[in-house]
Write a protein that binds this ligand. Structure first.
Ligand code: SF4
Ligand code: SF4
Length: 368
C-alpha cells in the first residue's frame, strides 16, 4: 500500500502553507535519496498565455531550494505543445515561463524546454501497451538523474481530469509523442499558411515531404505519422491529424504515463496540487471559476495511487456556488464524471490495473 502525504490549505501565523509544504517535502524519503551533483528535473506546467490558474511558481521555488540544499542541481522543465500558442517551441515556451514567474531570478533554477527548440528531441522508451510498444519521451527529461513532477490536479476536456498521470504522459512526451496520443490519422498541410521555410522537410525522417511551388506536400505512401513535421512547423501550416476517440485517447495517455513512470521508477516523485480545481487544464488560455473548494497538496511515489487519492478527496470537496458546473456536482465518487458525463475518466485507473497491474491502494497520512 502506498503512503500518500497530504497537507490541507489551512494556515496560521507560524505555520504558513510554505512551512507546511516544506514539512511535506522533508517527510518524503525522496529528498534524502537525491545525491550531490545530480541533475534533478522539476516538471512544471507554466500555463498557457491567458491562463492564471497554474501552480504558483513559489511552490517550484520551495522545491528548488530544498533540492539545492542537498547539493543537487535542479532545473525547471516542460515539453513543447502540439498546438500553436505560447509554448509550441522552446523560445516561446521560455518566454511564457518567464512571463508567468518561472524565472531563474524568482524560482532559483533555469527553465529548459525538455524536447528542444523545435520539440524534435525525444528518445523511445519501451511500453507493453495495446496501442504502443514505444513512447516518445522528451530527451531533456530522460537525461535527468531524477524527476519531481509538480502536477496541477484539475479538470481536462478530453481526459476528464489531469494530475500526475497526465503530467507524465502528455507532459513528458515530445510533440511527436503528443500527436500519437491525440491523433488517429496523419498530419495535413494547410497550404495558405505555408511559408516554404522547409523546416518540416528537414525534420521528416522518411523523405515524405517535398516542396511544390514553395509549399510543403506530404506523400502519404511514405508518411509514418511520426509528427516531427508538426513539431517543426512554426506557422500553423502542418496540422495534426484527427483526434482519437475518447476511450482510446485515455488508454493511450495511460500507456505513456506508465512508460515514463516505469522508466524513472523510484527516481521520480509526484506532487499533486489540488488547488484552483478548474474545469479545464492549464493549456486552456483561460481559467474558469474552480469547481470545488481547494483541497490541499498530496505527494507520493506512485502516480496512479496519487491521482486516485486526489480524485477521492476532490470529489468530496464542497462545490463552488459560482462554478458554471455547480448544478451537476453531486458529491459522487468522481467529480469529473459529473462535470463531463460523456468522459469515463475512471478508464485510466481501470486500464492501468488491467494492462500494467498497477496498484491504487493508498494510505493517506495527513501532516499538520
Ligand atoms: S508525420 Fe509523416 S510527413 Fe510528418 S515528419 Fe513524420 S513521416 Fe514525415
Ligand atoms: S514547416 Fe510549415 S511553413 Fe515551413 S515549409 Fe513546412 S509546412 Fe510550410
Amino acid at each position: 500500500m502506498d503512503e500518500i502525504l497530504f497537507t490541507d490549505m489551512q494556515a496560521e501565523f507560524g505555520n504558513s502553507l510554505e512551512k507546511k509544504f516544506r514539512k511535506l517535502l522533508k517527510k518524503s524519503a525522496f529528498l534524502e535519496s537525491i545525491k550531490e551533483g545530480e541533475l534533478v528535473a522539476l516538471k512544471v506546467h507554466v500555463g498557457e498565455r491567458g491562463n492564471l490558474g497554474y501552480v504558483n511558481p513559489n511552490f517550484a521555488r520551495i522545491v528548488v531550494e530544498e533540492v539545492k540544499a542537498v547539493g543537487a542541481k535542479p532545473f525547471l522543465t516542460d515539453t513543447n505543445t502540439l498546438y500553436s500558442g505560447g509554448r509550441h517551441n522552446g523560445v516561446d515556451h521560455s518566454l511564457t515561463a518567464a512571463r508567468h514567474g518561472f524565472t531563474l531570478a524568482t524560482v532559483g533554477a533555469p527553465f529548459i524546454a525538455a524536447d528542444g527548440v523545435r520539440g524534435l528531441d525525444y528518445r523511445e522508451v519501451a511500453v507493453a501497451g495495446r496501442h504502443f510498444k514505444k513512447a516518445k519521451l522528451a530527451g531533456g527529461i530522460l537525461q535527468a538523474d531524477r524527476i519531481i513532477l509538480l502536477n496541477h490536479f484539475k479538470g481536462h476536456i478530453e481526459a476528464g481530469f489531469g494530475g500526475a498521470i497526465k503530467n507524465l504522459s502528455m507532459g513528458c512526451a515530445s510533440i511527436a509523442g503528443k500527436m500519437e496520443q491525440h491523433a488517429d490519422s496523419k498530419p495535413k498541410v494547410k497550404s495558405e499558411n505555408c511559408t516554404g521555410c522547409r523546416q518540416c522537410y528537414w525534420a521528416c525522417p522518411t523523405g515524405a515531404i517535398s516542396m511544390e511551388e514553395n509549399k510543403a506536400v506530404i506523400d502519404y505512401e511514405l508518411c509514418i505519422g511520426c509528427g516531427q513535421c508538426v513539431a517543426a512547423c512554426n506557422y500553423e501550416a502542418m496540422l495534426a491529424g484527427d483526434s482519437a476517440d475518447n476511450q482510446s485517447f485515455i488508454q493511450k495517455v495511460t500507456e505513456y504515463a506508465f512508460a515514463a513512470a516505469d522508466y524513472f521508477g523510484d527516481r521520480a516523485y509526484y506532487i499533486n496540487f489540488a488547488i484552483n480545481i478548474a474545469p479545464d487544464c492549464d493549456c486552456w488560455p483561460a481559467n474558469d471559476v474552480p469547481l470545488v473548494e481547494d483541497v490541499g497538496i498530496l505527494a507520493g511515489g506512485n502516480p496512479f495511487a496519487l491521482d486516485k487519492a486526489s480524485l477521492d478527496l476532490v470529489s468530496q470537496a464542497k462545490a463552488h456556488r459560482t462554478s458554471r458546473h455547480y448544478d451537476k456536482i453531486r458529491g459522487g465518487h468522481n467529480l469529473f464524471q459529473e462535470v463531463y458525463p460523456d468522459i469515463h475518466s475512471d478508464t485510466t485507473f481501470e486500464y492501468a490495473i488491467q494492462q500494467f497491474n498497477v496498484s491504487l491502494d493508498y494510505k493517506l497520512r495527513q501532516l499538520k
